[in-house]
Design a protein around this ligand. Sequence first.
Ligand code: S3P
Length: 172
Amino acid sequence: MKDNIALIGFMGSGKTTVGKLLAKTMDMKFVDIDKVIEAYEKKSINDIFHEKGQNYFRDLEREVILQESLKNDCVIATGGGSILDNENIKRLKETSFIVFLNATIECLYLRLKDNTTRPILNDVEDKRKLIEELLEKRKFLYQMSADYIIDINEYTNIYETVDKIKEAYIIS
Ligand code: S3P
């Protein structure tokens, strides 16, 4: 059994919500990579993207993943784009059981349509189309990185999700 559980998946797939409950259930610590970045920069993700750009954010994300994945007994919620960097996948794989929250487009769209905290999805005319395009590009990476994949839709019960992840982790 690996030391940590890392949650990967698209924005809005529920990594933070599931992660918090999973950590509580498993008596593990919860780490949210985006929150660590925000605390370090003393700025929101939106402001980091606007003021310093996406490349700066990705460099910081890589550093924080490297640092946080060395800890033990943590449930780590990663940012949706973290799998775009091979280094991140490699680091997470070394210390974590990786779970992909595979949410449907409909579910993602419902959760993201009025959200303004994801800079990549702000100021676009057709949000659903952008979600579809980004997911198309990323899905393979999520699938390839995962030790365990759990399907999520708008009716999925979070307690069942947490139970399934817990079971898969314990037998891993
Ligand atoms: C991003 C996802 C976000 C955050 C940033 C970029 C992405 O995290 O890291 O806005 O590229 O998918 P969440 O998946 O937690 O929203």
